[in-house]
Every structure is written in structure tokens, then in C-alpha cells.
Design a protein around this ligand. Structure first.
Ligand code: ZN
Length: 213
């Protein structure tokens, strides 16, 4: 069983009381459990918090780009997609000089199936990483238990879990997952063949449909 925890590090797209505090608590949870996570960082966030992003790159050799402005790539021209990816990678490289950016998470997961997006990813030598289990950690209408249950589903079959850096309950959901996982289950992107990997490099979105959302 292999589970990869991925955290999209970004300016949230809805109000959050203490976004940087939530990320700090997630890092504390990871340290407490000695568990790795893979971070996907929005370029604009890296510009705003370069020191923080440098420290994330130090702890995560797989740290990748979450684009620059967090837009829907399906609505961009091929030149626009290339520019978005390049700006995102440049922002990370300037925050964390020497860090090799090898992975990308497309904003909202949109565009993985578009040939122009796939070509731009190949041109930038980036492997797109999707997710198998979205926690809906941003959705405060759900109880923490319901959101944690979505993460725990990964322990039944393995896969990639999606969390975000800024929702106030993300640290609690992460703690619930790591406590239930036990040692050695949560691993790095570098340790796994991404399940259901497609030509684009994305994982298939194998969301379970029987869980409350
Ligand atoms: Zn995002």
C-alpha cells in the first residue's frame, strides 16, 4: 500500500482566517509523523513568500509547480499555456535556486486531456500529477469527519491524496490520515509508479462515488 500526500500551496480562492498558519500546522503534523508530502506551489504564492517556498523545497525534492496565476488552462492559447508553466517554474526557481522542478499540478486539474497542454508539459519537461482522492478540505459545509473519511479511503487501495495549504481544517484532516496510516504507508512521489498513470503523466481521477461530499 502506497499513499502519496500532495498539498497544493496557493493563495486560496475563498476566504480563510489564517492561511499561512494552516500551512505551518500542516508542516508540524508532517514532522510529528516523520511523513513526506509533495508540494505543488502556485507561482504567485512563491513570489509572495519566497523564504517559505525555499524551506518547502528543502524538505521536498519533488516540489512542483501549480502554475503561476491558477487559471483554467483549457481557456488559454498554446502560447498562454507555455507562458503560464514557464512563469510558474521561474517563480519557484527564483525562490529556491537549484531546485529542479519536475512535476506539475494543473489548477483544478483542468486541461490534462488537451493535446496543447500535454505538448506544453512535455516541452517544459514536466510530469503532470493528478489525484485519486480529493478531500474537499476547502468545503466547510462538510464535517471534518466526512472530509477525513475521503482521505482515509486512500488507505484501502493506495493512491494520491489532494489537500490544500490554506483551509483551516486541512491540518486536522492530514493528522487524521497520518494517524490512521501507520509507518511507511505514506511515501514520496519519487517512490511510486503513479496509479492509473496516463500518457500525460496524470493519474486517473478514481474518485469513489459512495462517499459523502
Ligand atoms: Zn489550486
Amino acid at each position: 500500500m502506497q499513499v502519496v500526500v500532495t498539498i497544493d500551496v496557493e493563495h486560496g480562492d475563498r476566504p480563510a482566517p489564517d492561511p499561512l498558519g494552516a500551512l505551518r500546522r500542516m508542516l508540524e503534523v508532517l514532522d510529528h509523523h516523520g511523513a513526506p508530502a509533495s508540494f505543488f506551489v502556485q507561482g504567485r504564492f512563491a513570489r509572495a513568500h519566497p523564504d517559505l517556498v525555499a524551506s518547502l523545497a528543502e524538505r521536498d525534492p519533488t516540489l512542483g509547480t501549480h502554475g503561476y496565476a491558477h487559471v483554467d488552462y483549457r481557456r488559454l492559447t498554446p502560447d498562454g499555456v507555455r507562458a503560464e508553466l514557464a512563469d510558474g517554474v521561474r517563480a519557484l526557481s527564483e525562490a529556491a535556486p537549484g531546485h529542479a522542478v519536475r512535476f506539475a499540478r494543473l489548477p483544478h486539474g483542468y486541461g490534462n486531456d488537451e493535446p496543447a497542454v500535454q505538448e506544453a508539459l512535455r516541452g517544459a519537461s514536466l510530469v503532470s500529477v493528478g489525484w485519486d482522492f480529493s478531500t474537499y478540505d476547502w468545503d466547510d459545509r462538510l464535517t471534518v469527519g466526512a472530509r477525513t473519511a475521503r482521505a482515509l479511503a486512500a488507505l484501502e487501495r493506495g493512491g494520491v491524496v489532494l489537500l490544500h495549504s490554506w483551509p483551516p481544517r486541512s491540518p486536522d484532516i492530514l493528522a487524521g490520515l497520518l494517524e490512521a496510516a501507520g509507518p511507511g504507508v505514506v511515501c514520496s512521489l519519487d517512490d511510486v509508479e503513479l496509479p492509473g498513470r496516463q500518457v500525460s503523466g496524470a493519474t486517473m481521477h478514481r474518485e469513489r462515488t459512495d462517499l459523502p461530499r
